[in-house]
Design a protein around this ligand. Structure first.
Ligand code: GH3
Ligand code: MG
Ligand code: MG
Length: 329
């Protein structure tokens, strides 16, 4: 990844680990072609690779599987309906025959035969109706299960596997929706970006797995201090974003500070060995949505504030106005 300048995001890791372990011939082939083509690995090439071989693959598989199951179910229902139709025709004929015989005023024995044949034809119809009802009920249950299966796959495609919080895709979607809502009802919308300080150093010292443990810990802090309607997402490797609809700058700053202080104050222990990992800190950048600006502009302004937090010493949060900056004591 280093050789081709591929950023070490979770998505890119997934692609390249698969390449290194040679577990997906199709992906390996595509990657080799890209390398040989010499066009490099731009952000869009990287995200296309991930979508193609991981996200979309999972969704497509689920849709295909659901489609197959659905058509099998519908085929069975169709057969039951056809059989029911044949029985209905036969029943109609039995009734017509009975009417004809009644017109001819049958004797007592003939009447008995007639009633018996009508009773048995009616019983057959009843059984068929019952079977049809059962089949339809089973199909309806099956369709409900398929729907929830598809919903689960959709959920997975929007979730970051390492932390369980939203991934970049859901972040983008949430931000777009929040911006639309803010445009409509003029409610405040804040965006917080958060980045772990000196994380490369931490990773190099303690290893990637312990690094992952820290990413999960920070994700937990963000979730704990955010409100229920906020969307907390892993924006990139050790970067997070919180979309905060209906939240003004003051409230967003307050939450950001709570997050910062919680992360800073936690004494970290290595899970596997209980070794003292010291403390880590995060830097945050906050921007409030300005009427009419694009999503990109809003992200850029949050990012600029995050950058400010970094250059002015890290372990701090910076809001829109310079005067609203909060720093560690
Ligand atoms: P700064 O304070 O300026 O943010 O410094 P930094 O070292 O945190 O910044 P930089 O962006 O240079 O380093 C980010 C590092 O995050 C690089 C990579 O080693 C690590 N990283 C990215 N994704 C993952 C991941 O999924 N797991 C782990 N363990 N580390 C990751
Ligand atoms: Mg970073
Ligand atoms: Mg960092």
């Amino acid at each position: 990844m280093e050789q081709f300048d591929v950023p070490p995001t979770p998505e890119n890791y997934a692609v390249w680990i698969c390449f290194a372990s040679d577990t997906n011939p199709e992906l390996c082939e595509t990657l080799r072609a890209q390398i040989e083509g010499g066009d490099g690995f731009t952000e869009s090439v990287n995200s296309d690779l991930f979508e193609q071989y991981f996200q979309w693959k999972a969704i497509q598989d689920a849709i295909l599987e659901s489609g197959n199951l659905m058509s099998r179910e519908l085929g069975a229902v169709q057969q039951t309906l056809e059989a029911a139709e044949r029985d209905t025709v036969a029943y109609g004929k039995a009734l017509a025959g009975a009417t004809h015989e009644l017109v001819a005023s049958p004797d007592e024995a003939g009447m008995k035969r007639l009633v018996e044949s009508l009773v048995s034809a009616t019983a057959r119809m009843q059984r068929r109706s019952q079977a049809l009802e059962n089949k339809l009920q089973a199909t309806s249950n099956e369709v409900t299960q398929l729907k929830s299966h598809l919903e689960r796959v959709r959920e997975e495609a929007m979730t970051d596997a390492l932390t369980g919080i939203a991934n970049r895709k859901r972040f983008d979607e949430a931000l777009r929706r929040a911006r639309r809502a803010s445009d409509t009802d003029k409610s405040p919308l804040s965006l917080v970006l958060c980045d772990i300080d000196f994380f490369k150093r931490f990773n190099d010292t303690w290893g990637h797995q312990t690094g992952d443990q820290i990413i999960r810990f920070v994700a937990g802090c963000l979730t704990r201090h955010s409100q229920e309607h906020h969307v907390v997402a892993r924006y990139g490797g050790e970067e997070f974003g919180i979309v905060m609809p209906n939240t003004d700058m003051a409230a967003a700053k307050e939450i950001s500070e709570k997050i910062r202080k919680t992360v800073e104050s936690k004494k970290l222990l290595r899970k596997s060995t209980n070794e003292d990992l010291g403390n880590i800190t995060v830097s945050l950048g906050i921007a409030g949505y300005r009427d009419g600006e694009s999503i990109e502009e809003l992200i850029e302004r949050s990012d600029a504030n995050l950058y400010k937090s970094k250059t002015e010493g890290r372990n701090r949060s910076t809001g829109d106005e310079a005067s609203s900056q909060s720093a560690a004591a």
